[in-house]
Design a protein around this ligand. Structure first.
Ligand code: PLP
Length: 488
């Protein structure tokens, strides 16, 4: 069913490496011909030194040997953090433009890649469900978050900044950098979602300027209640930013070819709650959404989207030595970052040609990740030895080994024993998973029946099922993981 889409990938066993070589040669032949097409009358400036190239080859071989001890992030047995296997179109497009090195800070720095960035952003605005809007790529989610809060801080007239206590660490850091002292960390409920009663208590006390909702928190992938937040925005008035760095592209799984929201179906492998919140993404005032998470790209591709054109003016920056083309977009004039890789804009552009963020492309693959997470959850629900800590809103599962002793200390001991066996802590682990470490206050909310006399942080086991291969062969890799966990 997904074989054609899988052909976008090198594959866990290098299945598609010959295709990549063939396509890469097309890139290199084109590039050589393109270079030669400029200033044909000029003479060559050097002769190739075979001896030196041999030296480079020797160094390259040593370099590749060193790269052997990197981790198999592309493999379904790697389920520790948010890492996707980059698709071939991203690799080809990135290298095509890396070879000439355009810089999307200004139109003159990269005319073709600036247009590709604008087209990618137009697609993302449509995909997100924003009726109107603008934005640009960033180096990642943290920078997108920072720019959105900077723009809001300078656009509105004061007020607090609110986000849940499980939000990405960048938020507190950004408040510090921007000199925002009036930020509030709102408690979460047992689903790791912002407790809207606690938020409303806060809103009654202090006027909020900016409320940030998670559409996929980093630890457990929890999705805040956007429906409830929209009600509160109507009542109290604030800028609603959705940090959809992780979960935003999961919306691909509910979008038709023309980017309208499909009716809910069990084939989405999503809870109806999550489906409803994803459908509302475009109601936000601004959005962080990372191509380099579920948007299929390799690292170096975040994005920020804004609804209100006026926020652009507070970011406006000009410089005497660039931005000379006034009739063309100069993205650097409205972005926190200066030099930005045109190659990455090109990589996004070609990727979304082959894997559009809807049910015909990325969405179909993302459904495989969601199905894997659901399958893992269902298996643990029936098991005696393990317990689910969350009922995943997306595709991040948190769980722990059951213990007769109802203490956090006993659970932590179990987690550590498994983590030491199935993580980066050991050589050649059978599977690579991670931990979700929670302070005692949140542990009390999610595991009220467990005592914690020593006030330890609680560590749960955590998996991120971003690799769409995990659902193949009747969930082979999910069952393998269960087998690995069950071993003493
Ligand atoms: C919800 C969320 N927001 C923001 C970020 C920061 O993104 P980046 O690491 O690309 O800066 C992350 C990263 O994991 C995230 O999960």
């Amino acid at each position: 069913m997904t074989d054609e889409l899988f052909s976008n990938y090198i594959g866990p066993k290098g299945e598609n490496i010959d295709a990549l070589k063939r396509l890469m040669n097309i890139v290199l032949d084109f590039h050589a011909e393109w270079r030669r097409s400029f200033y044909k009358e000029d003479r060559t400036v050097f002769e190739v030194s075979e001896g030196y190239i041999k030296k480079m080859e020797d160094e390259l071989k040593k370099f590749l040997e060193r790269s052997r001890s990197s981790l198999p992030y592309f493999h379904p047995r790697y389920a520790a953090q948010m890492v996707k296997d980059p698709p071939i179109p991203a690799v080809l497009a990135y290298i095509s433009f890396m070879l000439s090195n355009p810089n999307n800070h200004a139109y003159e720095g990269g005319p073709v890649t600036t247009e590709m960035e604008m087209e990618t952003i137009d697609l993302m605005v449509k995909f997100a469900g924003l009726e109107e809007g603008w934005g640009h790529l960033t180096s990642g989610g943290s920078l997108a978050n920072m720019e959105a809060l900077w723009a809001a801080r300078d656009f509105y007239e004061g007020g607090t900044v609110c986000f849940s206590e499980v939000s990405h660490y960048s938020w507190k850091r950004i408040c510090k950098i921007l000199g925002i002292k009036d930020f509030r960390e709102i408690a979460v409920d047992k689903y790791f979602r912002m407790d809207l009663n606690a938020l409303e208590d806060e809103l009654k006390k202090n006027k909020a300027m900016f409320v940030m909702a998670n559409l996929g928190s980093t630890g457990s992938g929890s999705v805040d209640n956007i429906e409830g937040l929209l009600e509160l925005r109507r009542k109290y008035g604030f800028h609603l930013h959705i940090d959809a760095a992780y979960g935003g592209f999961i919306r691909s799984a509910i979008l038709s070819e023309d980017y309208s929201v499909l009716p809910y179906s069990s084939q989405m492998s999503l809870k109806e709650y999550t489906y409803r919140q994803l459908a509302l993404l475009g109601q936000a005032d601004s959005i962080t959404i990372d191509p380099h998470k579920h948007g299929m790209l390799s690292y170096g591709a975040g994005a920020v989207l804004y609804k209100n054109e006026a926020l652009r003016d507070v970011l406006l920056n000009t410089a005497p030595y660039t931005y000379h083309k006034k009739d063309k977009p100069n993205i650097g004039m409205f972005s926190l970052e200066g030099s930005r890789p045109g190659a990455m804009a090109a990589a996004c552009w070609l990727t979304y040609k082959m894997l559009p963020p809807n049910i015909l492309g990325a969405g179909k693959l993302i459904r495989q990740s969601l199905a894997s997470s659901r399958e893992f959850y269902e298996i643990l629900e029936k098991a005696d030895s393990f317990k689910n800590l969350n009922d995943p809103d997306l595709d991040i599962n948190c769980f722990y080994r059951n213990s007769a002793e109802k203490t956090i200390e006993a659970l932590n001991k179990n987690t550590l024993a498994i983590y030491n066996r199935l993580s980066v802590e050991t050589a050649d682990p059978e599977y690579i998973i991670s931990k979700f470490v929670l302070p005692p206050s949140i542990a009390k909310t999610v595991l009220p029946d467990y005592s914690n006399n020593s006030k330890e942080n609680f560590s749960a086991l955590r998996t991120v099922f971003m690799k769409h291969w995990s659902a193949e062969n009747d969930f082979y890799y999910i069952k393998e993981l269960i087998g690995a966990l069950e071993k003493e």
